[in-house]
Design a protein around this ligand. Structure first.
Ligand code: HOZ
Length: 435
């Protein structure tokens, strides 16, 4: 149980409110959707984070999924220290880029070539520009509730913070830009077929999360995945798989491996950077050869391939490659958490729908048997989720502060942490529906 102290956190929050919009540098962490006060964190180790008031929490945010090996993994930290000591950045090529690039390509055979950037937003935005530059077409298709960062074209019917704050999109995105993005319901084969029948020849690319994590964890229908590949290929449009969340998480080779997907372009981030800001886009050689300086599609970045971030990513991928048993352990931990949460919900009489792929999971507060799309996710009882979240936090469990985000398990989440979570979950599930 966490102590009642939140004195320093409160003081910092007040100071931050005058400095940062909403007191934060990214919206979901303001806890607007769950209420209560967000703890200010100052250190972390393994499965735990500590706030500035000395309270400890089992962490299921894990830097929004970036930390598959848990916080401050010693081998990753050592690699970062060595790289930092050798120079924080050069704005020039370094051998570490090759090491991480080759490791990414081994995991994702669809990556004939890739380009490093600094964030998932940048990677997805660049992949779209490339799809448009390669095909000479303007129209993009995305799916409601999927989130691909905050580039203008992608803030249409988006998940994550946009869904958390119940926004239809974002102010500042010109209507003329938004009109070039078609948002279809996730998993809807008819809607997809209709759009391709009507305007397939105008579509540059289709971008999607192969397991959605930004409307909560929503699994793909295998037939829909097959349609995506077939329809894009037949129409000469590019299939862009956004594996920022799922890459290296749902399998060593991400959702591409798990669902046998062969995209034209792939977007990676989070685990790729081992906890530091690194992301990438890549894919078919003929497409990537259009990127500057080889081709006419321009994209650049001072911090792209930053050696400290490359070192963190390379150390992480080295560990993943050396420990193939790691995904079996993650699956077992995910299974234990899911089963325990189901039992706790049944005992508490709390109607929930729990969806999981490997080490990512969401507890949807709904009596629907399955959440297949954004409409179903949005129909969940977000007030019940908020009560669940607040109770978990009081008991020392830091769950993602939105119904529309996935919880992430790391290899540092052992039996002790899962059991602590399940002990906290029982009263939290009871509290969820007791008003
Ligand atoms: N969009 C990220 C989660 N899917 C970050 C959320 C935040 O920190 O506000």
């Amino acid at each position: 149980m966490k102590s009642e102290s939140s004195h320093k956190s409160s003081r910092l929050r007040q100071q931050a409110e005058g400095l940062f919009p909403g007191g934060v540098n990214s919206p979901v962490r303001a806890f607007k959707a769950v209420g209560g006060e967000s703890p200010w964190l100052e250190r972390a180790s393994g499965a735990y984070v500590w706030d500035v008031d000395g309270n400890r929490y089992v962490d299921y945010v894990n830097s929004w999924g970036a930390l598959l090996l848990g916080h401050a993994e010693p081998r990753v930290v050592r690699a970062v220290q060595a790289a930092a000591a050798a120079g924080l950045g050069f704005g020039a090529s370094t051998p570490l880029e090759l090491e991480l690039g080759e490791a990414a390509r081994r995991a994702f055979p669809a990556l004939d070539m890739l380009r490093f950037v600094s964030s998932g937003t940048e990677a997805a935005m660049s992949a779209l520009r490339l799809a448009r530059g390669f095909t000479g077409r303007d129209q993009i298709v995305k799916f409601e509730g999927c989130y691909h960062g905050h580039a203008d074209s992608l803030l249409v019917e988006a998940g994550s913070g946009v869904a958390t704050l119940s926004l239809p999109g974002s102010a500042g995105v010109p209507e003329s830009v938004a009109r070039l993005t078609l948002a279809l319901p996730y998993n809807d084969r008819q809607a997809l077929a209709r759009v391709f029948a009507q305007q397939g020849s105008r579509i540059a690319g289709v971008i999607f999360e192969p397991v959605a994590g930004n409307m909560g964890c929503v699994l793909p229908d295998p037939d829909w995945l097959a349609d995506l590949r077939r329809l894009t290929r037949d129409a000469g449009a590019l299939l862009i798989v956004d594996e920022v969340m799922t890459g290296f998480r749902v399998a060593a080779g991400g959702a591409c491996q798990r669902y046998a997907l062969r995209p034209d372009l792939l977007v990676l981030g989070k685990i790729l950077g081992g906890g530091l800001p690194a992301a990438a886009y890549g894919g078919r050689r003929d497409v990537m050869q259009k990127v500057a300086p080889l081709g006419p599609v321009y994209q650049a970045g001072t911090l792209s391939g930053n050696p400290v971030a490359m070192a963190a990513g390379a150390a992480t991928l080295r560990i993943l490659a050396a420990e193939p048993d790691l995904y079996r352990r993650l699956e077992a931990a995910g299974q234990k958490l899911e089963t325990g949460l189901r039992e706790a919900a049944a005992r508490a009489g709390a109607p929930v729908c729990i969806q999981r792929v490997g080490a990512m999971l969401t507890v949807f507060f709904t009596s629907q048997p399955m959440v297949r799309d954004f409409a179903a996710a949005r129909a969940c009882d977000t007030a019940a989720f908020a009560r669940f979240h607040r109770q978990l936090l009081v008991q020392g469990v830091y769950w993602p502060p939105s119904q529309f985000e996935a919880a992430f398990i790391s290899t540092a989440h052992d039996d002790a942490e899962i059991e602590l979570t399940l002990r906290a979950a029982r009263p939290a599930l009871e509290a969820a529906y007791s008003v």
